[in-house]
Design a protein around this ligand. Structure first.
Ligand code: SF4
Length: 370
């Protein structure tokens, strides 16, 4: 019988489910901010952390949402104090923020609380589109927010961009990409719109663009960002050298991670868990809604799947360390076929997707499931 696989765990995700307003495309776990509810939530979150996460310094902490900066300044200070045992000494502490929330007082609290990376919900550089999708900032506000952050020394900034929006033209997308380049930020993440049933777009029957236009927008972004010096280090993520998201790299390397808060997920050894999305359950301490035990086969496949999303690919040594068997012995045919098709590249240390393999990753992975 094989020993249980052991994965590294140095990461904590913390979910803050409040937003100042609700965007038209969004189906995340979030509600409109309410001060009393947020106070109650932070109390529960402290309890969950206490009981479920060992008090130890993490390598990375990611505070996402929702919009963590929808909290009042006092609540944000309380949150960051609560996270001190995990953030002290961490290499990367990221918080998601919306441009309209960035003010000098907020930046002070973030810096004092150990935050050293900001993930900004820019989404578009086109004011008309920002309005259409229910965002509450203009491009000029985003530009000013970034300037304030940079002046305060918080220069490790990532921007989220969304594309394939209903009615979005190629020209608007090109202009957004050019707008992003003008911001001088070291990281950028792309999201293709999916219409979620319970979002405003879903309820009003909006449609994303056709697949060909969506693909051409993606490839344009890859080309523009690479030409500007960004490394395309994961299918949808781009960074200047040294600015790849350490936290997300833990996900893609298939390391373990803790997730706390409403709707958060985590992975601990052979178990993946999803927290409840229901406030009542969460407030009564019924944090976990579902816990799934992964088979060894599930874990091997998931490790390949996640790692092939990255340009670096799967570490052969790491796979063998964890599963005590080489990946080439587990999936000989899928790998051989991927190499023949030009979808995969194999050297002494890594198995990685080529550019064409990355573009067809779902097809490439189907071979690993056969
Ligand atoms: S997209 Fe972000 S800011 Fe907008 S409603 Fe969803 S979580 Fe909130």
């Amino acid at each position: 019988m094989c020993a249980a696989a052991t994965f590294k765990n140095q990461s904590l995700y913390v979910h803050i489910p409040f937003c100042q307003g609700i965007c038209a495309y969004c189906d995340f776990t979030r509600v409109r901010y309410h001060a009393g509810l947020a106070d109650q939530y932070l109390t529960q979150l402290a309890g969950e952390l206490e009981q479920r996460v060992p008090r130890q310094a993490m390598e990375t902490v990611y505070i996402g949402g929702g919009t963590p900066t929808a909290l009042s300044l006092g609540q944000l200070r309380r949150l960051l104090d609560m996270l001190k045992p995990y953030t002290e000494g961490a290499l990367e502490v990221t918080i998601e923020a919306n441009p309209e929330a960035i003010k000098p007082e907020l930046i002070d609290i973030l810096l004092t609380g150990g935050v050293n990376r900001i993930s900004l919900g820019l989404q578009s550089c086109d004011d008309q589109i920002l309005k259409q999708i229910g965002r509450r900032h203009t491009f000029d506000q985003a530009r000013q927010a970034i300037r304030l952050l940079q002046q305060a020394g918080l220069t490790n900034i990532s921007c989220d961009l969304i594309y394939s929006l209903p009615g979005q033209t190629r020209e608007q997308w090109t202009a957004t990409l050019q707008g992003v380049l003008s911001l001088n930020i070291p990281h950028c993440s792309l999201y293709s719109l999916t219409i979620e049933e319970h979002s405003e777009f879903g309820r009003t029957g909006q449609q994303p663009l056709d697949e060909d236009t969506e693909a051409s927008m993606y490839f344009e972004a890859v080309q523009v960002l690479k030409q500007a010096g960004y490394q395309h280090y994961e299918i949808s993520n781009f960074a200047f050298a040294g600015y790849a998201s350490r936290h997300n790299l833990h996900y893609w390397r298939y390391d373990d991670f803790y997730g706390v808060g409403l709707g958060a997920s985590g992975k601990l050894g052979a178990f993946r868990y999803d927290n409840t999305r229901n406030f009542q359950d969460y407030f009564q301490g019924r944090w976990i809604a579902e816990k799934i035990e992964l088979t060894r086969e599930d874990q091997m496949f998931e490790m390949v799947m996640m790692n092939l999303r990255t340009a670096a690919g799967l570490s052969l040594i790491e796979f063998e360390r964890i599963f005590q068997t080489p990946v080439t012995s587990v999936y000989p045919e899928a790998i051989q076929n991927g190499l023949c098709q030009g979808w995969l590249h194999l050297d002494k240390e890594h198995l990685a997707a080529t550019d064409s393999g990355m573009a067809l990753l779902n097809t490439v992975l189907e071979e690993f499931l056969d």
